[in-house]
Design a protein around this ligand. Sequence first.
Ligand code: MG
Length: 291
Amino acid sequence: MKHPISGVNMQLLAIGAVLGTGALLISGGGWAQAQENKKRTAPIGYDDTPFLPGQKWRVHDIKRPRPRVVTPAADDCRHQPPSDAIVLFDGKDLSKWYARGRGADRGKMIKPGWKVQDGYMEIAGSTGDLISKEKFGDAQFHIEWATPAEIDGTSQWRGNSGVVIMGNYEIQVLDSYDNPTYADGQAASLYGQWPPLVNASRKPGEWQTFDIIFEAPVFEGGKLVKPAYATVFHNGVLVHHRQQFIGRMAHRIVRPYAPHGAEEPLVLQDHDTKVRYRNIWVRRLTGYDQP
Ligand code: MG
């Protein structure tokens, strides 16, 4: 999550909100202090946020019903790519990724500090979002992820990360196995906009899958002429059926679309919880009857 004004990672703001020291953190003086002091608790919803356009719910509405729980089929989740897929992570290295610098490196693209071992990568904590070197528009994404087996925190602090398509449209990664949080922020939500149709989460520590069909927004002359849509399967269970993104990802606000390229990087969010990823591949979508 990026703040609409400053562009600072929302994690800073989230911690700031908990501590009430957002300004200090953004000023850059409080990061280490925050690491020491932060309490890994977060509200389970809000009643003071704006209403979502076209919906009867507020952003992160505490009263919004939580999706019913569906137990997905047992699966070892090692879904290998088809022949035309672009493999962004095969378990070996982060050569297909940059990291978004923090602190002294803020505003720079740097070599990723995420840990790679045993065929997966793990967010090493405060090392910055991962940003794919290659850019994508309409695409099919396959992503495998696991939240920490050991529960350390509540609500949005349990295994928070995110698959942020085009750097703007987040499909939330969270430990949503018996973890109350706001419906539009649980695992597989279109963060801050739409809860998943059902909660198909596996237990913390177990591998889970997202299979996403994403339609990129279209801008003409600086205006939105077609919004973004996502169809999402969580552990093989349909959780969004060509659902429309209201705008860009945001925390506690509605953040409208802003023009960007026809293709943009895939971003994996570093929310300072040790989430793991593996088997990440993408297929660019083409139309029917293409030679
Ligand atoms: Mg997230």
